[in-house]
Design a protein around this ligand. Structure first.
Ligand code: HEC
Ligand code: HEC
Length: 337
């Protein structure tokens, strides 16, 4: 039994690495050290960053004047109180109907290499223009929004100071939004204190859950590194009409129904789960992974049924909760008139 699990685990690792084009991983379960937090935030060399620019970006993130009808902001769907998500399966956008996917978190996006559930957007700057102009999200027109913000003297002055050449424009608005979002980093969680050496920071159950996560349950094959994601796309066998990554890579049979592995940071605040928001809580998520998902040609080779008794399920969930930092208040920016 144990041997077959080890074999499947090793097989899974090999196939996954080949699929992802990543270097082969070391054998054996990941250690807690492989999940240690980095101390700096990676910033792209060709994009501007300053605290002032991030502050300006934060104002824009909270400003409903970025939406067509001035009634919705980025926070409508990426709410700090809910781990920068929305506590409903699919948020209602400017057209008054639910949009087609669940809002993912914008926590730790500085470490994310491609955006949206299907990874179709290559940068945070490129990404930010989409929600502003999508008719079913904020339903705005960049030209009209630039004009509207231009009437706000403080915005005009800030943009002129930070971008002496371009001033307030579509491209500088998205640069500011991206700069702010790179500062949205999840706080120290009990797990981090444990990984850094405090043996008492998490419960015995959470420690046993970590062993399952990195061992028999195979979760760390995809939820790896400090942000608990390999940033790759996998079909985990959910019933869905949405082909996800398949639309971006139509020639790749494994891309069908594949979605980007989400971070598990602050997971306790981020229900409901998955790209369609159809899993209400972590019990349902564990049931899904234990069952191994529906069999189809695109199903990830890393997915297979796992025997988990009630106690082990409880331990895995205790571990997942240990990835959640204490709730902090996000101060509301004061918006200029
Ligand atoms: C009406 C809800 C809604 C609003 C408003 C909204 N978003 Fe989103 N956001 C979503 C959804 C849904 C997705 C995922 C869409 C997909 O994958 O196809 C998303 C995805 C993202 C992502 C990608 C995260 C990742 O890891 O892939 C970022 C970043 C983001 N939004 C930032 C913003 C910014 C900045 C604003 C404001 C300008 C904004 N969003 C406004 C719903 C919204
Ligand atoms: C084959 C790769 C893979 C494996 C193995 C895997 N996951 Fe995932 N996980 C994903 C992907 C991809 C998603 C998003 C799928 C979607 O929305 O369609 C996901 C979603 C989740 C979510 C929801 C997160 C959110 O923001 O909605 C949780 C929680 C989760 N996984 C925990 C686990 C646990 C616990 C295990 C082990 C029992 C595990 N995963 C095993 C790839 C994997």
């Amino acid at each position: 039994m144990i041997r077959s699990i080890v074999l499947r685990f090793a097989l899974g690792l090999g196939l996954g690495a080949a699929l992802a084009g990543a270097p082969a991983k070391a054998e054996g379960p990941a250690t807690k050290e492989s999940f240690l937090r980095p101390l700096t935030v990676p910033m792209p060399k060709d994009e501007p960053f300053s605290p002032q620019l991030a502050t300006l970006g934060k104002m824009l993130f909270f400003d409903p004047r970025l939406s067509g009808n001035e009634n919705m902001n980025c926070v409508t769907c990426h709410n700090p109180s809910f781990g920068f998500e929305t506590p409903v399966p699919r948020a209602v956008g400017a057209l008054g109907k639910p949009i087609n996917r669940h809002a993912p978190t914008v926590l730790n996006v500085a470490w994310v290499p491609h955006f949206f559930w299907d990874g179709r957007s290559p940068s945070l700057e490129e990404q930010a223009s989409h929600p502003i102009t999508e008719p079913d999200e904020m339903g705005g027109h960049i030209g009209a929004i630039v004009e509207r913000l231009y009437m706000v003297e403080d915005y005009q002055r800030w943009f002129d100071k930070l971008f002496p050449d371009a001033g307030l424009s579509g491209p500088t608005i998205v640069k500011a939004l991206a700069a702010y979002q790179r500062t949205i980093v999840s706080g120290w969680a009990p797990f981090d204190r444990w990984a850094e050496g405090d043996d008492y920071a998490i419960s015995q159950d959470a420690k046993a859950g970590f062993e399952l996560f990195t061992g028999k349950a195979g979760c760390a094959n995809c939820h790896s590194g400090w942000n608990f994601t390999d940033n790759q796309f996998h079909d985990i066998g959910l019933y869905s009409d949405d082909i996800g990554r398949g639309a971006v890579e139509p020639e790749n049979p494994r891309a069908r129904y594949a979605f980007k592995t989400p971070s598990l940071r602050n997971i306790s605040y981020r229900a409901p789960y998955m790209h369609d928001g159809l899993m209400a809580d972590l019990d349902v998520v564990i049931d899904h992974f234990a069952n191994g998902g529906i069999q189809r040609p695109s199903l990830s080779p890393l997915m297979h049924p796992v025997d988990l008794n009630d106690n082990e399920r409880r331990q895995l969930i205790a571990f997942l909760h240990s990835l959640t930092a204490e709730k902090t208040k996000t101060a509301m920016p004061i918006l200029p008139n």
